[in-house]
Design a protein around this ligand. Structure first.
Ligand SMILES: Nc1ncnc2c1ncn2[C@@H]1O[C@H](COP(=O)(O)OP(=O)(O)O)[C@@H](O)[C@H]1O
Ligand SMILES: [Mg+2]
Length: 161
């Protein structure tokens, strides 16, 4: 991983969503965004904010049971939750690699099991629960897409509150 990162502390769900909206404005498809964090840290909320800023207005829930959901907005959005998968072979069964080729914004909750199949150009967002309402959100990644996002976030650091 490249060393460059961008981190904020969010003090509320609204603040996290606002940050996600910001990220959504700074990316275009194709984009691959991995969301790491324990249950209840705000991964799905980040997906909601990113999707919202791409023009998708309905409520989003974690696709824990169906694993993959697609939303159609200004960009195509593919939302995965790999929590229930136990082995990377199961990714092949769901056609994981074909999804990666799509011209879409792909958001993956619980991406750990898929890391060996992921191309070297992605955004990696880690959420850490610091208290009931506080989350540390760290943006890092590999390749031009994350480099560009981190540069853009750093330039606009004052303007989302
Ligand atoms: N600062 C915060 N950022 C994100 N979520 C927060 C924050 N504070 C409290 N929450 C709560 O944590 C939960 C996050 O849920 P969700 O996004 O579904 O998490 P995950 O997908 O990581 O399991 C929500 O109930 C939300 O209201
Ligand atoms: Mg979730």
């Amino acid at each position: 991983m490249e060393e460059k990162t961008f981190a904020i502390t969010s003090s509320s769900p609204e603040e996290t969503e606002k940050f996600a909206v910001k990220i959504g404005r700074l990316i275009n498809s194709p984009a691959l965004i991995l969301l790491k964090g324990e249950l209840g840290t705000g991964k799905t909320l980040m997906v909601q904010g990113i999707a919202e800023s791409l023009g998708y207005k309905s409520e989003i829930t974690s696709p824990t049971f169906n694993i993959i959901k697609e939303y159609f907005a200004e960009e195509e959005i593919i939302h995965m939750d790999l929590y229930r998968l136990n082995h990377s072979d199961e990714l092949l069964e769901i056609g994981f690699e074909d999804y990666l080729d799509r011209d879409a914004v792909i958001l993956i909750e619980w991406p750990e099991i898929a890391l060996s199949l992921i191309p070297a150009n992605f955004i990696y967002i880690e959420l850490i629960k610091e208290s009931s309402l506080k989350r540390k959100i760290i943006v890092r990644g590999e390749g031009d897409i994350s480099k560009q996002l981190i540069e853009r976030l750093s330039k606009n650091a004052d303007s989302w509150n």
